[in-house]
Write a protein that binds this ligand. Structure first.
Ligand code: TRP
Length: 355
């Protein structure tokens, strides 16, 4: 029997429904959950990351959720031959996290390459997925289509299983991500389920916490990306911010409106100002009115610089003490290693391998 659904009710996908339920449970009982999320050290974190995920991590930490943040250094090699400037980008991520309020006393920041037991989980996990399953991952397909490499490496196909190890080594049950990461979370659920069926209950089946990431475009009108030079980094100076926004793509219509569908470049700038000012984008656009792109860009620059000023001030303080900053990672890695070794012990026990 079917029940009538009002025409206006939004149709949620199973992942969206799980995410909405999870959000409620997190607010009710934050201490029950462990979050695992991460970034590849391929560049500087930018405003898209900030409004999309970074703010949310700090919110979850402050709610009382146990947060693990991975600097996914092995995953850098999926779509490039070598990992350039790894130390610089890793330091940069640490500075951003600390400046935004990730608190090393409550949250654990770590890198792939420092946690051998995490990486070892990849082997049994790969045995639980078929080559066909790895090959039809839509995010992987998209990344292959955009890759600048002449050949696709084995890591490109297998990194989603590695990402399952990232999540499951610490028995993370909440993974705050954007839509593009959903196939990886689905694969993680599959791997957890199959492992538990085959060897006995070890892993939780984690769920994605989908953030309603606002659609901010890069300054060239394309997808905002760490490695494309089209974003405003959190760690940029006020002058660098002004220069980047000045160079952003707009259009010839002097009258500023918020109309993402027809005026993507202008609307993305309006939205950015609105997010920083915590105001409605239509109102921000109406106020600029006939001021044209120049007035729009002035408004955006001022809003971004004012909003980020305290974050950037804290970032500069941490940057003056890299010894401390790196000690945060060292301690995080120690904690992650202890957790990973415990889980690997359970996996060995369950599989009956050498201990
Ligand atoms: N693939 C993620 C990205 O490119 C980074 C990442 C690696 C990640 N491992 C993860 C995210 C585990 C969430 C959970 O942004």
């Amino acid at each position: 029997m079917t029940t009538a659904v009002p025409a206006s009710a939004p149709v949620l996908t199973p992942a969206e429904r799980r995410s909405a339920e999870l959000e409620q449970q997190l607010n009710r009982d934050p201490g029950r959950f462990r979050v695992l999320t991460g970034d590849r050290p391929t560049g500087r974190l930018h405003l898209g990351h900030y409004f999309g995920t970074l703010r949310n991590r700090v919110r979850l930490q402050d709610l009382g959720v146990d947060v693990f943040v991975l600097i996914a250094d092995y995953q850098v090699l999926t779509d490039r031959d070598t990992a350039d400037r790894l130390q610089e980008y890793t330091d940069g991520l640490l500075l951003d996290y600390l400046a935004l309020g990730i608190d090393p006393a409550r949250s654990t920041v770590f890198t792939h390459s420092a946690v051998p037991a995490l990486n070892q989980l990849l082997l049994p996990f790969l045995s639980l997925v078929s080559v066909a399953e790895l090959g039809r991952n839509p995010t992987v397909k998209d990344e292959i289509a955009h890759s600048r490499q002449s050949a696709v490496s084995g890591l490109m196909y297998t990194y989603p299983a590695h990402q399952a190890a990232d999540i499951l080594f610490c028995k993370g049950d909440v993974v705050p991500v954007g839509q593009d990461q959903l196939p990886h979370v689905e694969l993680t659920r599959t791997i957890a389920r199959r492992f538990n069926e085959r060897y006995g209950q070890v892993f939780p089946e984690p769920a994605a916490l989908l953030s309603a990431a606002p659609l901010l475009l890069g300054t060239d009108g394309g997808k905002m990306s760490k490695s494309r030079g089209n974003s405003v980094p959190l760690g940029a100076t006020a002058d660098e911010t002004a220069r980047l926004i000045k160079g952003a793509t707009t259009d010839a219509d002097r009258h500023i409106t918020y109309d993402p569908e027809h005026r993507p470049g202008v609307s993305s700038l309006v939205l950015l100002a609105a997010l920083c000012l915590e105001r409605d984008p239509h109102e921000v656009a109406a106020e600029i009115g006939d001021g044209g792109s120049a007035a729009l860009k002035r408004t955006v620059t001022e809003a971004v610089n004012a909003h980020l000023a305290p974050v950037r001030a804290r970032r500069a303080e941490y940057a003056a003490d890299l010894t401390y900053v790196r000690s945060v990672l060292r301690e995080g890695n120690e904690r992650a290693n202890a957790v990973a070794e415990r889980t690997l012990g359970e996996v060995r026990e369950a599989m009956g391998t050498f201990r």
